[in-house]
Design a protein. Sequence first.
Length: 421
Amino acid sequence: MAETTTDSLQPYLEAFARAQRPAGDVVGSLRDEAIAALKTRGLPSRRDEAWKYTRLKLDGFLPGGAGDADITLDALPRLPFPAHRLVFVNGHFRAQLSDEGLGESLAAALPRLAGKLGEGLDIEALPMAALNTAFFADGLYLKVTESPDKPIHLVSLGVAGPDAPLFQPRNLIAIEGGKATLIESQLGLGGGPYAANSVTEIAVGENATLTHITLQDAPRDTLYLSTSSVRVAAGGGYNAYVLSEGAALSRNEIHLTLAGEGASCRLDGAYLQDGTQHCDITTSVTHAVPDTTSREVVKGALDGKARGVFQGKILVSPDAQRSDGRMMNKTLLLSDKAEIDTKPELEIYADDVLCAHGATAGELDDVALFYLRSRGIPENKARRLLIESFLADTLQGVEDGAIRELLAARISAWLEREESA
């Protein structure tokens, strides 16, 4: 994909100038700040260190995508276990397709939430978050004060229109107590290209826990971008798993701060890519106070001419003594034309810490493959067993057995498609 230039920002500046804001827009000043930041910084390009390995092309995608597409319940994915379902079409809440009780439209909640939006988001440093802030229309507002009786299933459905829309959901999630599980299904109906640029702000309160699962399987002609800003209070926990399968180009970006003593996080995931797909997983974890813990295991399997990018950073602040941060990225290259760029980083300003990182990339082990074949296992099945075993490590941090089985089944289904391709 061709590199985005400064000129590519002009259509968005014009669209922002034409936009008609509702009377009393409670986030008008925030939108103005975001567009000013974009004017100063521009859209990301490979000149930006954070985008060095990912060329972003937004030409032709313009803000839009009203959620009025004719969608029925039959078109929506179902989980193999009970869950509260919340449905968004092109970033707009669809109440008639959603369950009542948990979650609501951010647009409806904004008058009472405007002051909380963008609190922990550095739009000066995050251009795609700035673009979202300037143009978002709706998204999910979720507030949890005690443990829900079942997981929450956020279905984000993209539907292409006559033009190539760029829809930009904005989600605000507050887990103030108990334990909650949020499962996102990011997918589309096809029928033409579209781009999604979502931003999610998450606050996990004291002694609360959020398990956050993302299943990204957007159509192959789409562009999928996601930026999450997470803050975890004392004794809280944030456990995330990203399974990235779809889109022509995808980027999952997580910026997390362990802000209270005893806070912890797990950022795990897998990228499964083939053809000419490009997948970027970028994370940063800041240990801001003493006695915090982070774990990160991200693995991938790349076939064809696919390209993967992993950028992970652990930052330990000067006062964050006894921080414990570990990060690992491993990739299987299933083709001699596949490519991985990996950049793990540690930035440590405290003395009493336990921190480590590592990254490896390589092919399937010929010795292990020979051993399995010598036991009568066909080559294609032996390869699949080795790949499944390799990726299984990423699932060890998923505590819920039903969710772990769901992820394992998705990985297995991708491998089956690879075998038959």
